[in-house]
Design a protein around this ligand. Structure first.
Ligand code: FO1
Length: 315
């Protein structure tokens, strides 16, 4: 029986980990469950940022400078839009537009997000299975001291500046996990389940909020290993540590482990945090993923830890 791997992921950090994993495991044996809480309709187009970051990363088209969007991008559309007084706080590149336009048209015809994603992956020879967490709409909203902000308004337009009080996942309770999601977590051939070093509150929690996913993870036979997004008390990228502080949580790997309580069998932490280890089996490595070697090293460390833990016994 060939070993299968499942990854729960959000944005840029998650995509880097999946690319690393695809160097140490056959891509066709990897299933990625992707956060769609960041999705929104902008200028009439359905945008699915975490899905697209993963798709661009796995098809070697990702914009390395920005982390999101495409390489070799041009910005004629947004410049023209701006000159007409259109909203330009969310940048849609000329080449990037192709995905959003095709996806929007397919969804309007009644296709599911799963089907659209599958078609894009096939067109660009991506062998990793990319599953949205749900084909139903779930929208992350951040309650801030300035009021409730839809995710992209909070994250991109306001650069996470407003102090956050809580986070909600609108539509989650009625959402169904997309086809294949629960099955991948439960499959007897699933050897390891990884939680990427994505923001636990903004990128992983929306996935866990979809009914059935948390329960399936808690009951999974395969060990569940999280890669901590914290390095020396700070998040590598984005607002994780600021947000943790605002939510009254210390920015430590232990706090991340507590956040995922009941789900994890093990954790990868950064070697700089070895002085304050989490209260569960762990391994330490340099978790900063700058190049492909780093991504591969972090993925390999997670698989090695999972090998030590398999099958799941610690929850
Ligand atoms: N992030 C930004 O910081 N500014 C942008 O203008 C922006 C545009 C954008 C367009 C398409 C896309 O797929 C992603 C885009 N992102 C942008 C990234 C993004 O929305 C966030 O990084 C994620 O949602 C968080 O994971």
């Amino acid at each position: 029986m060939s070993k299968k791997y499942v990854v729960l992921t959000g944005g840029v950090g998650g995509a880097k980990l999946v690319l690393g994993l695809a160097q140490v495991a056959p891509p066709e044996d990897i299933t990625v469950i992707v956060n769609t809480g960041d999705d929104f309709t902008h200028l009439g187009l359905y945008v699915s940022p975490d899905m697209d970051t993963l798709l661009y990363t796995l098809s070697a088209k990702a914009n390395r400078t920005l982390g999101w969007g495409r390489e070799d991008e041009t910005w004629g559309f947004i410049e023209a839009l701006r000159s007409l007084g259109g909203e330009d706080w969310f940048l849609l590149g000329d080449r990037d537009l192709a995905l959003h336009i095709l996806r929007t048209a397919a969804l309007a015809r009644g296709d599911t997000l799963s089907a659209v994603t599958r078609a894009f992956a096939k067109a660009w020879n991506v062998d990793v299975t990319m599953l949205p967490m749900s084909d139903d709409r779930v929208s992350t909203e951040v309650d801030t001291v300035e009021g409730v902000l839809p995710f992209q308004r909070y994250f991109v337009e306001r650069r996470c500046a407003p102090v956050a009080r809580s986070i909600a996942f609108e539509g989650a309770t009625a959402a169904r996990a997309a086809p294949g999601v629960i099955e991948a977590i439960q499959a007897p051939e699933t050897h390891t389940i990884l939680i990427a070093p994505s923001n636990p509150y903004l990128s992983v929690d929306p996935i866990l909020a979809v009914p059935g996913i948390r329960t399936a993870l808690a009951a999974a036979r395969a060990p569940v290993v999280a890669i901590s997004p914290i390095i020396a008390g700070k998040a590598v990228k984005g607002p994780t540590s600021k947000l943790m502080q605002e939510l009254g949580v210390e920015a430590t790997s232990t706090a991340i482990a507590m956040h995922y309580a009941g789900l994890l069998d093990g954790m990868i932490i950064d070697e700089q945090d070895i002085g304050s280890p989490p209260p569960l089996p762990y391994a330490a490595t340099d978790t900063l993923m700058t190049d492909l070697d780093d991504r591969t090293r972090v993925a390999a460390a997670a698989l090695a830890l999972a090998d030590r833990l398999a099958p799941s016994t610690n929850r």
